[in-house]
Every structure is written in C-alpha cells, then in structure tokens.
Design a protein around this ligand. Structure first.
Ligand SMILES: [Zn+2]
Length: 96
C-alpha cells in the first residue's frame, strides 16, 4: 500500500485511516491533533488520496509545531511537493 497505516512526525506516531465520505463530511481528509490521526477519503482517486495524505502531514506539522501559515499557502506547498516527488520519482533510497 502506498499510504502507510502510521507515520512518525516529531516524536508522535500518527495513525492513518482510509475512511468513507460520511466520516469526513465530504472532505478529502483531516488531521485531528488530540488523537494524532490522519483520515483520508476513500472515495477520492488514488492520486488525490496521496496528495491529501501529504497535505494532512503538513497540517500535522503546522499544528504540532505551531507554524504560522495560511491554509492556502499550505495547500500550494503540499500540491507542489506531491507533483515534484511523483514526477521526479524521488524516494531518496540508495541502492533500491
Ligand atoms: Zn487543510
């Protein structure tokens, strides 16, 4: 699976769940800090799920580290980062 079931950010384990439309009130994804959980809408396309996953990782970083950033700027960064990682096949693993 491309999207892992958990991810570590700054010393916190964040669970990642792929959930139905209704659980997200028709949103693509969410990050909930009190329970350290990212949720992704399973009705979205695979590429949209991955882009949303990166977006929610940035949301978690912004909340955990109290980064001051406008949501629109966060969205531009996550979308662009998604495109750069994917289209340049970047995984930073040596010898794989
Ligand atoms: Zn957002």
């Amino acid at each position: 699976m491309i999207i892992p079931e958990k991810i570590k950010i700054g010393g916190h384990w964040i669970t990642v769940e792929i959930v139905g439309d209704k659980e997200l009130s028709d949103d693509l994804g969410s990050y909930t800090n009190w329970c350290k959980a990212i949720r992704i809408n399973k009705t979205a396309t695979t590429t949209t799920q991955i882009e949303t996953f990166l977006h929610e990782i940035l949301e978690a970083i912004v909340i955990i580290y109290e980064v001051k950033i406008k949501h629109q700027d966060l969205t531009i960064i996550s979308s662009t980062f998604f495109q750069i990682l994917r289209e340049n096949n970047l995984d930073f693993k040596e010898g794989v």
